[in-house]
Ligand binder design. Structure first.
Ligand code: FAD
Length: 406
């Protein structure tokens, strides 16, 4: 007979004291908790999640992973993130469904190709497998593409990044939650952080709707809610705008799209999921808001963009559409910092629409930061002080002008 299936993670009672409290049961919070326990033996850790793990962007993203960022600060981080998927699949003993089908980013003008050349050269310098391709090679990679001069923005070429692809986002959430819980981390779903107490310049406790927790360390990994939390509970406003980002999937089809394909000019990316659906997204409503509603305007945009590039997909039905919050910084690079200006207060946020691919590596280094109190050098550039000093990173160019590649 079938026994009752065991829960993936435990639901222990809330303690009044933890060595670290992580706000947010998204991937950044869960990864940090997992690495605190697995690499630093710090297991008296609580992840506090107001809804359920994966409620935020972590359970709503389109699961695209890649390492073709633009700047020297970001490239090494994303490269390591890509290398971590197979490692974690083994370590967590959980199938994360890493499918490295490769990413093709299209360029639609000579200017866009020139900009891509810089991005390709920077990525190659950091040992990332990526190269430029012409329109004919694009067509070979994605036979559905229309490379004639019929589309409004004809395809001029692109950059192909073979090791990128997709990973099953829910599996990563569940695998990390199970892995952390097995090592002793407490995951408290349905529990909301309602305040943070600072005494003499240090973190003293965290207030939740289920009671107070004494702790010397708090990580703000609250995704779209991180800036609100930072200004309300810590009086530390962050330069983050919260925008809604939508995505959708079509009815399932037999395999016909082998790579993730994206175009900044059309504001679209598309890939075929392992279930056969065409998953597509990229467009963001350009005004700040905290809603996760979808819109007919966006469905229309997406249908037009996908079928302009791949006309044979005309007539397909969208089966499901959803939205999540993107916590955007002015330079489209994240904020990772700690002990400044309050000892024991750490931040891992501002991940916008690129925080899935980076979640595990960010968690790994944030865990090191929290366990040792020393900022790992790879995280140094991500301090929010860069905004005060007007030293913004050049990731906006990589992400917006021509590569709508989440
Ligand atoms: C439609 C869409 C498509 C995307 N596609 C991609 C993609 O293809 N590739 C990619 O790399 N990225 C993508 N992203 C971005 C990515 O999903 C996010 O950057 C990432 O999930 C952020 O993870 P997180 O852990 O920081 O935040 P979240 O997953 O949002 O988790 C934060 C959690 O904090 C909780 N919380 C908030 N306030 C409190 C509180 N007071 N107390 C307790 N808990 C609280 C929330 O409930 C939430 O669960 C996409 C996002 C969306 C919305």
């Amino acid at each position: 007979m079938f026994g009752r299936r065991k829960r993936l993670w435990e639901a222990p009672p809330l303690q009044s004291r933890y060595d670290a409290v992580i706000i947010g049961g998204g991937l950044h919070g869960l990864a940090t908790a997992y690495f605190l326990a697995s690499r630093h033996g710090m297991t008296n850790v609580a992840v506090i999640e107001k809804r359920y793990v994966g409620f935020g962007g972590s359970g709503r993203n389109t699961a695209i992973v890649r390492a073709n960022q633009r700047t020297q600060e970001n490239l090494p981080l994303y490269r390591e993130a890509l290398d971590l998927w197979p490692v974690l699949t083994r370590e967590l003993d959980f199938n994360l469904m890493f499918h490295n089908c490769g990413n093709l980013n299209l360029a639609h003008s000579e200017a866009a190709l020139k900009a891509m050349r810089i991005q390709v050269a920077s990525a190659q310098y950091h040992g990332i497998d990526i190269h430029l391709v012409d329109a004919v090679e694009c067509k070979k990679l994605v036979p559905l593409l229309d490379i004639s001069d019929r589309p409004r923005y004809p395809v001029a070429g692109g950059m192909f990044h073979p090791p990128g692809g997709i990973v099953r986002h829910d599996a990563v959430v569940w695998g990390l939650a199970r892995g952390a819980s097995k090592l002793g981390v407490h995951i408290h779903q349905g529990t909301e952080v309602t305040g943070i107490e600072v005494r003499e310049g240090r973190i003293a406790s965290v207030e939740t709707d289920k009671g107070r927790i004494h702790t010397p360390r708090v990580l703000n990994a609250a995704g779209g809610y991180s800036a609100d939390l930072s200004s309300r509970f810590m009086d530390l406003p962050l330069p983050i705008s919260v925008l809604t980002i939508q995505a959708m999937v079509t009815q399932p089809l037999k395999p016909l799209l082998d790579h993730v394909v994206s175009s900044g000019a059309y504001h679209v990316y598309a890939n075929q999921t392992l279930k056969g659906e065409i998953a597509t997204g990229a467009h963001m409503d350009p005004w700040p808001n905290y809603t996760t509603g979808t819109s007919a305007h966006y469905i229309k945009h997406q249908a037009e963009a996908v079928t302009e590039l791949m006309p044979c997909l005309k007539g397909l039905k969208f089966m499901r559409t959803w939205a999540g919050l993107a916590d955007m910084t002015p330079d489209m690079a994240p904020i990772m910092d700690g002990n400044d200006p309050v000892e024991g207060y750490y931040m891992n946020c501002g991940w916008g629409y690129f925080g899935f691919k980076s979640s595990t590596v960010a968690g790994k280094y944030m865990a090191e930061f929290m366990a040792t109190g020393e900022c790992p050098s790879i995280l140094g550039p991500f301090t929010p002080r860069r905004f005060e000093h007007h030293r913004l990173m050049g990731e906006t160019a990589a992400l917006m002008e021509y590569s709508a590649n989440n």
